[in-house]
Design a protein around this ligand. Structure first.
Ligand code: TR5
Length: 129
């Protein structure tokens, strides 16, 4: 099986439906940690830390990645970050956490439905790889 990095490097930026549509519709199971009418947060299947959660908008609305953001997306972008803070608290990440939004091939994005990575529960390093 290809690693996530290999998957990202071979992923083509696209408007096609992604695996996240099936996670939103519950056609594919995921471990949901937070859900409201706009945002779904679930555990990453390949965790990069003790806590690794993805936060996604339930409606993609053209937001395949951050580089595609337009003014109409400002509310959902703010909501994703604010929800990340709520989920970090819920997960007990009181010592800090890392927020990541990969964008495009050089950013190592593999799924073209914008998502915020919330990673925590261990000491992070800087610079990232
Ligand atoms: O590389 P980017 O930033 O695009 O992140 C995509 C993330 O989606 C990776 O961290 C993957 O591990 C994660 N991913 C991929 C799948 C998946 C998932 N997280 C939860 N459940 C998943 N399922 C069921 N299927 C995936 N292909």
């Amino acid at each position: 099986m290809a690693s996530e990095k290999e998957a990202a490097l071979s992923a083509t930026p696209s408007d096609a439906p992604t695996i996240f549509d099936k996670i939103i519709s519950k056609e594919i199971p995921s471990t949901v940690v937070y859900e409201d009418d706009k945002v779904l947060a679930f555990r990453d299947i390949t965790p990069q830390g003790p806590v690794h959660i993805l936060l996604i908008p339930k409606v993609r609305d053209g937001l395949t990645g951050l580089s595609k953001a337009e003014e109409r997306h400002i509310d959902i972008l703010g909501r994703l970050l604010y929800t990340a803070k709520l989920v970090a608290k819920q997960e007990g990440l009181d010592e800090g956490f890392r927020i990541v939004i990969n964008d495009g091939p050089q950013g190592c994005q593999s799924v073209y439905h914008i998502h915020v990575h919330l990673i925590g529960g261990r000491q992070m390093n800087w610079p990232p790889g």
